[in-house]
Design a protein around this ligand. Structure first.
Ligand SMILES: *Cc1c(COP(=O)(O)O)cnc(C)c1O
Length: 380
């Protein structure tokens, strides 16, 4: 109950184990060594876990290349990772090239127009500017095609203004290892990347890493796997769990059989039941789809979520909780080792990515970091 004392006003707590992120980084690095290296994707505030904390940890682990989605994310990351390269996946919006070059961000250029604008920026400063080129090999989301790339290499004036450091693509079906897209995107990419022999290549995000070495190229770009999400559905998760989400129980009541619970009266008790109301709801990112389907854990025992998830509160059947464990002020675990991000996502009919990135601002975040070799943990 130390947690209750030191977080007396914390209704819900997200504990982020930085040591586990460190371990996951090492696992991925080893997996792609010696031919490929790891960059880290810390977009969307490191999937909701705190880009500054995560990135400065990864710098200490040796990471020197980061990917974010937007210019704003890059600007707020800069202070945490002074010495690292920051790639910006969406590239500059028209007119933002100056901010990219001033801050030394490497834009991922996703269209011939973006390439042309970046080349203009370079000519303005009279120096060649680094960039990454995104090749569309089947996602149909961002990137230039093989035909665009041929046009580009014949445009000597543009080519002379930029330095394509990285040629990259993104897989659409990497979480389905037998999907034919994986091979066809690899082939399409090899043809296009051959037009830029001096650039390094990158294909794989978390799932792609587990497709095999053919997809590793020079750089891999994991996000999800660093944060403990299982990179390939159906395999034993090789990643360490990073997060624990707990909510404070604010009320406990004993009710009779046939008592109705919550909005819509969608749950009816089938025995004398002890109900615990916990301070977490869909405004905190707990999916409403968990209504009457999700669960929490108290002392490792499963407590069904009953009735609908509401904005700020959810109700659990804690009848079977150990004596004295389900009391006001105690914590119920919603994500943890017994109920992983992937478990929760499955029940809510979504993916772990959406669960993590939805966790709201109201939730107190605290960080654990490994200290020394004794295996002890220290709260930051
Ligand atoms: C988000 C993203 C990644 C990281 O994907 P994960 O599946 O989280 O590892 C890599 N590359 C691109 C282009 C992305 O948009």
């Amino acid at each position: 109950m130390n947690d209750c004392q030191s977080f007396g006003r914390a209704e819900a707590i997200l504990t982020i184990n930085l040591a586990a992120i460190f371990e996951n980084w090492r696992t991925l690095e080893r997996r792609v060594a010696p031919f490929a290296r790891c960059a880290a994707v810390v977009k969307a505030d490191a999937y909701g876990l705190g880009a500054a904390q995560v990135a400065s940890l990864l710098v200490r682990a040796g990471c020197r290349r980061f990917f974010v989605a937007t210019l704003d994310e890059a600007l707020s990351l800069r202070a945490a990772v002074d010495c690292a390269e920051i790639f910006v996946l969406s590239g500059p919006l028209p007119g933002a090239e100056g901010e990219f070059s001033a801050a030394n961000f490497v834009p991922v250029l996703n269209s011939l127009k973006q390439v042309a604008d970046w080349a203009n920026e370079a000519r303005h400063w009279g120096r060649r500017l680094p960039c990454a080129l995104h090749i569309d090999t089947g996602m149909s989301r961002l990137g230039i095609t093989y035909a665009d790339a041929q046009v580009l290499i014949s445009d000597i004036r543009t080519v002379k203004a930029i330095i394509p450091k990285l040629v990259m693509t993104h897989l659409s079906c990497a979480d389905e290892p037998t999907h034919p897209m994986n091979r066809s995107q690899l082939c399409e990419f090899s043809n296009t990347r051959a037009l830029f022999p001096r650039a390094q290549a990158s294909i794989a995000a978390s799932a792609g890493i587990f497709l095999g070495t053919a997809w590793h190229a020079d750089w891999v770009r994991p996000g999800a796997a660093l944060y403990g999400i299982c990179p390939q559905p159906g395999i034993n998760n090789p990643m360490a769990q990073v997060v624990r989400l707990e909510a404070r129980i604010v009320q406990v009541r004993k009710v009779e059989t046939d008592t109705l619970v919550g909005y819509g009266a969608t749950y009816r008790t089938h025995r004398r039941t002890t109900l615990a109301t916990a301070a977490i709801g869909y405004a905190d990112g707990l999916p409403r789809a968990l209504s009457n389907r999700g669960c929490g854990y108290i002392d490792g025992k499963r407590m069904p979520l009953v009735g609908r998830v509401t904005m700020d509160l959810s109700v659990f059947d804690v009848t079977d909780a150990p004596e004295g464990a389900a009391v006001p002020g105690a914590l119920i675990e919603l994500i943890g080792v017994s109920n992983t991000i992937d478990d929760v996502a499955n029940v809510a009919d979504t993916i772990g990515y959406e669960i993590l990135t939805s966790l709201g601002k109201r939730i107190h975040r605290r960080y654990l970091e490994h200290q020394g070799i004794d295996g002890g943990h220290r709260i930051l």
